[in-house]
Design a protein around this ligand. Structure first.
Ligand code: ZN
Length: 144
């Protein structure tokens, strides 16, 4: 019984006991026993997602303005983050990488005025914000 290769294969795929039971027609208890036998940790649904999939699970587009609200976890400073297997990812850093195809320099912040916004179109790293400020000052005659 404990040698069921089909159950073991799904455990290795990161499926939960419930999903395995549904897929193979075994009981959840059986799936759990086999999981312990092969020494695999209990599967939780959210941990089977990649950070990128988690981002899309947590980010919610607003009705207007093209913003993205964050429904996921935040760090001690209130910055939207994704935590996966002891690694913390910045939600805005991920949006930045997706849009610009490179790692950000310094902190990534939203350039819009919506608190917590993580929209790709609204994030900028430190050099980009400095550039935006310089343009703003050139146009509007900012502080000198
Ligand atoms: Zn925004």
């Amino acid at each position: 019984m404990s040698g069921r290769a089909d159950v073991v294969a799904l455990i290795r795929d990161g499926k939960s006991d419930r999903a395995i039971a549904r897929e193979l027609g075994v009981s959840r208890r059986t799936a759990g026993i086999i999981r312990r036998t092969v020494g695999a940790p209990p599967a939780k649904t959210v941990y089977t997602l990649t950070p990128e999939q988690m981002w899309h699970t947590y980010a919610r587009p607003t009705y207007t303005g093209g913003h993205m609200d964050w429904t996921g976890p935040t760090n001690h400073a209130g910055t939207p983050v994704i935590k996966r297997q002891h690694v913390t990812y910045s939600a805005r850093g991920m949006a930045f990488r997706r849009r610009y195809g490179r790692d950000p320099v310094g902190y990534v912040r939203a350039t819009c005025d919506r608190p917590g916004c993580v929209a790709e179109e609204h994030v900028a790293d430190a050099p980009m914000r400095a550039e935006l400020n310089a343009q703003y000052n050139a146009i509007f005659g900012g502080a000198r």
